[in-house]
Design a protein around this ligand. Structure first.
Ligand code: KIV
Length: 270
């Protein structure tokens, strides 16, 4: 049985940090599930790190559903949150409801994540009242990158800070069970976290959030085009992969691989 949203809320009450990471495929999700993470996000960062797009905007419902299904198959204990793609929840509340429902009904996720503040609160209410748990996401919201004008820290001015606090409270009132705070000064996240009953999950939002999330490819050193300042790279998997692949390539070229240990023979050879 996967962790429920209630377990995440109890963790906030106990002061136990919530550890989340993204995943987009069965093999990685299986490793994550075995380690004991509290939740996996099938983030729309899938658009860049798996599909090679420049940003999250082009990601489609079909692509997201396809990857979410593969993650869900591996998650025996870990809560799976599906990130809803740009325009799948912003246009019409009833379409948003049907799209969100597909992540639970077809892909098997336990909740969905939506970016935005006041303008999505009605949608959040509708989803939650229909039985679809919603994680909010405020601060830097990458689906609005064209509006924001870059991956910039949010909440630097007094006006921005009070807007972030209002948005967080509005999402909580609308029924969100947790909120991602992305690229927000640590003191601001601390204030928001203290004001909310629901957990905050930070990414580039300092130590005071109730939990943390990172993009798996960033912390494992797999995505080489860009490493955000808020990321700590725990291992350089790209180098490990390159070295392993180079060794294989060399052995094939040198006719060293396969040897007898990797070959099959008939029982009786004339
Ligand atoms: O898509 C994603 O990976 C995310 C996280 C950065 C929170 O939304």
């Amino acid at each position: 049985m996967q962790n429920s949203i209630h377990k995440l809320s109890e963790m906030k009450q106990r002061g136990e940090p919530i550890a989340m990471v993204t995943a987009y495929d069965y093999t990685s999700a299986r490793i994550i599930d075995g380690i004991g993470f509290d939740a996996i996000l099938v983030g729309d960062s899938l658009s860049q790190v798996m599909l090679g797009n420049d940003n999250t905007i082009p990601l489609t419902m079909d692509e997201s559903l396809h990857h979410t299904k593969s993650v869900v198959k591996a998650a025996t204990k870990t809560h799976v949150v599906a990130d809803m793609p740009f325009l799948s929840y912003n246009a019409d509340p009833n379409i948003s409801l049907l799209n969100a429902g597909r992540f639970l009904k077809e892909a098997g996720a336990q909740s969905v994540k939506l970016e935005g503040g006041h303008h999505i609160c009605n949608t959040v209410e509708l989803l939650v009242s229909t039985g679809i748990p919603v994680m909010g996401h405020i601060g830097l919201t990458p689906q609005s990158i064209n509006q924001i004008g870059g991956y910039k820290v949010q909440g630097k001015s007094k006006e921005q800070v009070s807007r972030l606090i209002d948005e967080a409270l509005a999402l909580e009132n609308a029924g969100a069970y947790a909120i991602v705070l992305e690229l927000i000064p640590a003191e601001v996240s601390k204030t928001i976290t203290a004001k909310l009953k629901i957990p905050t999950i930070g990414i580039g939002a300092g130590i005071h959030c109730d939990g943390q999330i990172q993009v798996m490819h960033d912390i494992l050193g797999l995505f080489e085009l860009f490493t955000p300042k808020h990321t700590k790279q725990y291992v350089n998997l790209a180098d490990y992969m390159r070295n392993g692949l180079k060794d294989y390539l060399t052995e094939v070229k040198d006719k060293v691989f396969p040897n007898t240990a990797h070959s099959f023979y008939t029982e009786e050879v004339d």
